[in-house]
Design a protein around this ligand. Structure first.
Ligand SMILES: [Zn+2]
Length: 516
C-alpha cells in the first residue's frame, strides 16, 4: 500500500522557527510510505504567486514524486491573463487557494475571487482550499460550483464537518482531505453519509503536520482494501489525472508506539456529542484502547465539562466502574468552589478517581484569575494531580505561578500549550505536558522534549472526542528514541498516578505494537 498526499507545501516562513523545507517534506514522505505529494511553494501563497508558481514548477519538474499545485492570490488583482498562461504551460495538476491564511484575507464570495475562478475554469484543474469556517465553506462551495470545477476542502475538523457533509450532498464535485479528520469512526461516518469513500483523499498538511496522524485514522477505519486504497491514493490519481507514482521507500502503514501506553487525557459520555462523532458510552474507547495497547485510560466526563459538573461526575463513575483500567478525573469548576470541594470529597473515596480536571474555556474562568487561585488551594489540599485545559491571556505564566505556589501538586497541562511553553515552565518540576490535538502539529512535541525532558511528557488522546490513533501518529512523528518513547507513553504517567503494570485494560498491554 502507498499513499499520495494531496496537502503539502514547502519553503520558508518568517513568522516561526519551524522547518518547512522540501528536504523535510521528502524525508517525511520516505518515513510515511508517501509515494507522491501534491505540493506548492510557500512563496506563492504568502508572498508572490508568480515567483512561487515558477519555483513550484521547477522543483516538481526535477522530482517525479512531486506534483505541482499552482496558486493565485486574488488580492493582486492584476496580471491574471499572464497567470493563467503560466499555469497552462507549467504542468500544474491543481490550483490551491489559501483564503483566510496569512496574507490572504479575502472572502471566497468576493468579485475578485469569482473573477479568478472564471479565468482558470477553462484549465479544468481541481481547486483546493481550506475548510476554515462554516461561512467560508459556504462561500467557497457556491463560488466554485458556479464554474463547475471539483473542490477539495483541506483541514475539515469536527467543528465544520456537518457543514462539509451538507455541502457535499448539494455539490457532487466536493471532496475533503484527511489532515484534520481526528475523530473516532470519522471515515466510516463520512462513508455512510455520502454513500462511499470516493470523496475522501489522504492529505496530511506536511511538513507542518505529522503525516502519520491521519494515516493511522485511515488504517484503523473498517474499510475493505479497495476503499482504503481509494482514500490513500486512488481518488487522488483520478482527480489529478496522474498514473501510478514511483514506488515509496517503504509501505504506508499504521504506525504507533510499541506500548504499553497510558492515556492521561480522555473523556467519556453516555449520550452524544454536538458534532458528527459516533461515540457514546465506553465501548468505542475500550475498543481503541485494546487496539492500540493502551493499558490505562484516565478520563473526565464530557457532560461535566460541557454542562453539569455533578451530573457528569456521576455519569463518569457509572461508565468507568465496570471497566478495569478506566480511571477518572473529578471535574471541578472554579465557578463553584464549595461544589468542587464536595465533588472531590465524594469521588476521592472511590479508588478509580485519581485526580481533578479543570476546563478554563467552558467554565470561562482564566488560569490567572482569583477564582482559579482559590480552586487550586483546595485541589492541592486534596493531594491528587490536576489536569487543566488553560485559557486567558498569559496563561503559561499563570500556570507557572500556580505550580510555584503548590510545589507538591502535580499539574498536567492539557494540549501542551503553544511552542515555547516547555522553556517557560522548565523550572517547575511539578508541571507535566501532554499534546492531544486535532492539529497534528509536528514541531511542538520535540520543542517541549528539548525543554523539559521525557520525564515530564505524557501521552494524552482526547478520546472519545478525538481518535487516539490520530494523536498516536503525531507522537510517532515526533521521532522519540525507544527509551524516550517508553518514558513519555507510559512511565511518566505510571509513576505519577502510581499505576500497577499489567493491572489495567485486559487484552491491551503489549499485544498490538505498531509497525515501527
Ligand atoms: Zn479534552
Amino acid at each position: 500500500m502507498y499513499a499520495i498526499d494531496i496537502n503539502t507545501s514547502f519553503g520558508v516562513v518568517p513568522g516561526d522557527n519551524d522547518d518547512h523545507s522540501l528536504a523535510t517534506l521528502r524525508q517525511l514522505m520516505d518515513v510515511g510510505g508517501i509515494a507522491a505529494a501534491l505540493t506548492l511553494s510557500l512563496r506563492g501563497t504568502r508572498d508572490d504567486h508568480v515567483a512561487g508558481n515558477r519555483e513550484t514548477a521547477l522543483r516538481c519538474h526535477a522530482d517525479p514524486r512531486l506534483i505541482a499545485a499552482a496558486t493565485i492570490n486574488p488580492l493582486r488583482g492584476i496580471g491574471l491573463e499572464a497567470d493563467v498562461a503560466q499555469i497552462a504551460a507549467g504542468g500544474f495538476r491543481a490550483l490551491r487557494f489559501d483564503c483566510g491564511s496569512w496574507g490572504q484575507l479575502w472572502p471566497p464570495d468576493s468579485a475578485m475571487f469569482r473573477r479568478v475562478l472564471r479565468a482558470v475554469a477553462p484549465l479544468g484543474l481541481p481547486i483546493l482550499a481550506p475548510a476554515g469556517s462554516i461561512s467560508q465553506i459556504e462561500a467557497l462551495v457556491r463560488s466554485v460550483a458556479d464554474v463547475g470545477l471539483p473542490l477539495v476542502l483541506l483541514g475539515a475538523s469536527y467543528d465544520v464537518l456537518a457543514q462539509v457533509l451538507a455541502a457535499a450532498r448539494e455539490y457532487p464535485r466536493l471532496a475533503l482531505d484527511t489532515s484534520r479528520l481526528a475523530m473516532p469512526g470519522v471515515i466510516e461516518t463520512i462513508r455512510r453519509e455520502l454513500g462511499g469513500v470516493t470523496r475522501i483523499l489522504y492529505g496530511s498538511g506536511a511538513p507542518d503536520y505529522a503525516p502519520q496522524a491521519s494515516m493511522n485514522v485511515v488504517f484503523r477505519a473498517e474499510l475493505n482494501d479497495i476503499e482504503r486504497a481509494a482514500i490513500l491514493h486512488g481518488n487522488a490519481e483520478r482527480l489529478l489525472r496522474i498514473a501510478a507514482p514511483p514506488a515509496p521507500v517503504r509501505p504506508a502503514a499504521e504506525r504507533f508506539a510499541a506500548g504499553p501506553i497510558i492515556d492521561c487525557h480522555a473523556h467519556l459520555h453516555a449520550d452524544s456529542y454536538r458534532f458528527p462523532i459516533d461515540a457514546s458510552g465506553a465501548a468505542t474507547a475500550l475498543d481503541d484502547c485494546r487496539h492500540y495497547g493502551i493499558e490505562y485510560m484516565i478520563g473526565s466526563s464530557s457532560v461535566g465539562i460541557f454542562s453539569d459538573m455533578a451530573a457528569g461526575n456521576r455519569e463518569m463513575q457509572a461508565l468507568i466502574e465496570p471497566v478495569p483500567g478506566f480511571l477518572g478525573y473529578v471535574v471541578v469548576n472554579a465557578n463553584d468552589l464549595a461544589g468542587s470541594v464536595a465533588e472531590m470529597d465524594r469521588y476521592y473515596q472511590h479508588p478509580k478517581f485519581v485526580g481533578a480536571k479543570i476546563h478554563c474555556e467552558y467554565s470561562q474562568q482564566h488560569t490567572g484569575g482569583e477564582a482559579m487561585r482559590a480552586l487550586f488551594v483546595e485541589i492541592a489540599r486534596h493531594g491528587r494531580p490536576v489536569k487543566i485545559h488553560n485559557d486567558g491571556p498569559g496563561w503559561v505564566h499563570a500556570i507557572r505561578d500556580l505550580a510555584r505556589a503548590h510545589p507538591q501538586l502535580p499539574i498536567i497541562v492539557a494540549h501542551g500549550g503553544p511552542r515555547g511553553t516547555g522553556a517557560i515552565v522548565a523550572d517547575c518540576p511539578n508541571i507535566y505536558l501532554e499534546f492531544c490535538s486535532s492539529r497534528a502539529t509536528r514541531g511542538i512535541i520535540p520543542d517541549a522534549l528539548a525543554a523539559v525532558g521525557p520525564e515530564r511528557l505524557m501521552y494524552g488522546s482526547d478520546q472519545d472526542l478525538l481518535h487516539p490513533g490520530f494523536v498516536l501518529g503525531t507522537y510517532h512523528d515526533a521521532g522519540f528514541t525507544a527509551a524516550q518513547e517508553a518514558q513519555v507513553m507510559y512511565q511518566t504517567a505510571r509513576t505519577l498516578f502510581k499505576l500497577t503494570p499489567g493491572g489495567g485494560i485486559s487484552g491491551s498491554a503489549g499485544t498490538t505494537a505498531g509497525a515501527s
